[in-house]
Each structure stands twice: as structure tokens, then as C-alpha cells.
Design a protein around this ligand. Structure first.
Ligand code: PDD
Length: 291
């Protein structure tokens, strides 16, 4: 696999950053993950806008390469030279505050940010989707700016590991009794026929998949309420699913060993899963390609 690092393209195994990089020392940076179908990025602008928001919030200077054209060119070369122009892939971009002697305050303004990008083959978990996944609940121990997609993912890492250790697919994080999101996806429930999910505030990442799926549901005339459901509500849910770039729509059929409704993926979930897949394919088929 090829990688992009600070303006150069090189084998990922040879791409190295300084031990003084603030990403390594402090987790001082942001990232994005795009879905790619047949060499085309899905929702280029929206991911880029979220990255720019994170950079602004953390006051990291926006690297020049992070324009729509710049990012498409980087992705295109990485995908082509990694043999990923066909089929499914992901495109990862990370920006840190750069390398500087360890001190908590920002380094001198002339310190260039580190920009790293790479691509990976992606295999959608079709079988799991058809069957539905299991989840656990776990306390949401994250900071109060979960709307910024920072590389500081330790609570998310611990949540996912806790799920894996008990044979579950993901952990639903719970703050003050309310379900916020999964370890790397948003959480959406259906309660009394209404789609319910956490509002986009500082407690969750404003997921792009989430936004698309909610718009689709509204378009189908399904009521949507961005009022979160609680951990106590879980047993009363009609349906439950995760939504995210590497998750698409993933039905959750058991939480903490208890079934959601009859323990199979629900009809709204399955409809949104199909429609989202169709939208992803159609949108990538017509997306711009920087060649
Ligand atoms: N995660 N919530 C969290 C905490 C996430 O990390 C993600 C994405 C999402 C879904 O957002 P989107 O639909 O825009 O991908 C929600 C990426 C894929 C990751 O960390 O790998």
C-alpha cells in the first residue's frame, strides 16, 4: 500500500513520522475516513468540511493540500498505485500539529502540520448485516468535544475492545443514562414507530452517514426525532442500528444479551440499509475523479 506523507508518496512501510510529532506525544490532531467505491470518494466535501472544522477548533493551520481538488488528487494516486481503483476501499487522512520539542502549549507558528494519508481495501460485512450484530453498553467516558474528530480515541478503543472481549460487535456508549454513539459509528433506534437518535451537539460526532440516513427516512415519511433514547429505553426499542462510514447501516439485534424486538433486523433498518447502499453506489458512480 502506498502512503502520502507531507507532500511525498511512498510505501506505507517506509512512511515514518518524528517521535516528537504531537500526534504521537499528545494525540494532538484530527482525522477523516472516506468510503471509496470504484476509485471515487463518497461525500468528499462533507468529510473535508468536518476536517476543516476540527482543524479550526483545535487551531491547527489548515494544510494547503486539503482542498477538494488536492484531496482528490492524493486519493486518486494512492488508490491507483495501491491497486484499489476498483471495488471498495477506505481513504484515511490525518493531520497533526506537527513535530516539536514536548511542551503542552502550541509550538511556534512556523511548525508545519503533519499530513498523512493512506488507503485500504474494504470488505463490507454482508453476512453480519443480514444476520444483525450484537452490542453491549458501556459508560461514555469521553471528553466534552466529541463533535471534533480527534485522533485521541482511547475511550473508543477501550469500548470496542470491551465489546470484542465478550463476543459483541460494538459498544453503545451511555452518558448520564442517555445513549450517545458507538465506538466508531452513530446509533439510531426506532421507538414507537419514530426514529430516535442523539442530536448533533458536543456529545457526539456529527456523522455523515447518520445525516444521509435521517434525510432518507424523512423522505420516506418516517418520523425522525433527534431526541436521544436512554439506556432504559433499549429493551423497548422496535429496531436499532449503527450508521457510519465503515459500518453503513448495521442492524443491532441484541444488546447486553437481550434481543431487540424479535432479535432480527427490523423493516425500517433493512430499508435504510438497502437505500443507503444504492445511494452510495450511485453517488460514487457519478462523483468527480481527479485525473
Ligand atoms: N468513525 N461516531 C464516531 C465516534 C465515529 O468515529 C464515526 C466514524 C462516526 C460515523 O461518522 P461517519 O458516518 O461520518 O463516518 C460516528 C470512522 C469511520 C473511524 O473512526 O474509523
Amino acid at each position: 500500500m502506498l502512503a502520502y506523507l507531507n507532500g511525498s508518496f511512498l510505501a506505507r512501510s517506509s512512511a515514518t513520522v518524528s517521535v516528537e510529532d504531537r500526534g504521537f506525544i499528545f494525540g494532538d490532531g484530527v482525522y477523516e475516513v472516506w468510503r471509496v467505491v470504484n476509485g471515487r470518494l463518497f461525500e468528499t466535501e462533507r468529510h473535508l468540511a468536518r476536517l476543516a472544522f476540527g482543524l479550526r477548533e483545535l487551531r491547527i493551520a489548515a494544510p494547503e493540500s486539503l482542498t477538494v481538488g488536492g484531496i482528490e488528487q492524493i486519493a486518486d494516486r494512492l488508490l491507483r498505485e495501491s491497486g484499489l481503483e476498483n471495488g471498495e476501499a477506505t481513504f484515511y487522512v490525518e493531520v497533526t500539529r506537527g513535530a516539536a520539542p514536548r511542551a503542552h502549549q502550541f509550538p511556534v507558528a512556523s511548525t508545519p502540520p503533519t499530513v498523512y494519508a493512506t488507503v485500504n481495501r474494504f470488505t463490507p460485512p454482508e453476512e453480519l448485516r443480514a444476520r444483525g450484530a450484537t452490542a453491549i453498553t458501556i459508560p461514555d467516558i469521553r471528553w466534552l468535544r466529541c463533535d471534533i474528530k480527534t485522533i485521541q480515541l482511547l475511550p473508543n478503543v477501550l469500548a470496542k475492545q470491551a465489546a470484542v472481549e465478550v463476543g459483541a460487535v460494538d459498544a453503545l456508549m451511555v452518558r448520564d443514562g442517555v445513549v450517545t454513539e458507538g465506538s466508531h459509528a452513530n446509533v439510531v433506534g426506532v421507538l414507537d414507530g419514530v426514529i430516535r437518535t442523539h442530536p448533533t451537539n458536543h456529545l457526539i460526532l456529527p456523522g455523515i452517514t447518520r445525516a444521509i440516513v435521517l434525510d432518507m427516512a424523512r423522505g420516506f415519511g418516517i418520523p425522525v426525532s433527534e431526541e436521544p433514547f436512554t439506556e432504559a429505553d433499549i429493551t423497548r426499542l422496535d429496531e436499532l442500528f449503527l450508521a457510519g462510514t465503515t459500518t453503513d447501516v448495521m442492524p443491532i439485534v441484541r444488546v447486553n444479551e437481550r434481543p431487540i424486538a424479535n432479535g432480527t433486523p427490523g423493516p425500517i433498518t433493512l430499508r435504510l440499509l438497502d437505500e443507503f447502499r444504492a445511494y452510495l453506489d450511485a453517488s460514487c458512480a457519478t462523483a468527480h475523479v481527479a485525473r
